[in-house]
Structure formats: structure tokens, C-alpha cells
Design a protein around this ligand. Sequence first.
Ligand SMILES: [Zn+2]
Length: 119
Amino acid sequence: MGEGRRCCEEGCLARTREGKPYCPDHVHLNAYVAELLGQIAANLEEVRARKALANGHVAREISAVLRDGSGAASLPRLARRLEVDRDLVRRTLHAMKAEKLVTLSLTDRGKLIAKERRR
Ligand SMILES: [Zn+2]
């Protein structure tokens, strides 16, 4: 046996005990990093879940605006009515189109118009 292995922490020259990957100075650091990474992953999951929920919420509001109005509305008008940014409305409209909830068209001036699809 003789010398133990070197610590896996980059730049650390310490030998580890009992064949462990990290020296005593770096083992906590490593556990801390692992814990942080775990927290980040959990937070990302939460962000994704919230985003999906928010998108569902925006989609319902868009449907409500279209239903209450003439059945059609432009993207800027929807963004103003919902008080959310246009990119979110645009993404939501495309998702709604994929679900066959709305049809989308462009005006001559390039404005996106959403129409409710009645079933
Ligand atoms: Zn070390």
C-alpha cells in the first residue's frame, strides 16, 4: 500500500485517507457543492413548474379575452389587456395554435392576430 491516493480536488496535493477521493479539507467542500447542485436542480424544477402554470394561466386569459371580444385580437392588444410581455403572449399563442385552440394570421403590417377556434 504505502502512499494514499491524491485528493480529487483540482490543485490539491494532499493525500487522502483510506482510499477516499477527497482529503479532509475538501470533503466538506465537495458535500457542500453536491448539496448546492441538488438545490439548484430542485429550484429549476420549481421554476419549470411555475412557468408551465403561468403559461396555462396566460392561455386561459387569452381565451377569455377572445371569447369576450369579437373572437379575435392582435398580439399587442392581448399583451396590453393581460399586462404581460409580448414575447410571453407570442409563445403562448403558438402553443395554443399547436393545441388547435386558436388560429394565427398576420396583418399586412405584420401584426399577429389570434382568432378563437370554435368547436
Ligand atoms: Zn484536498
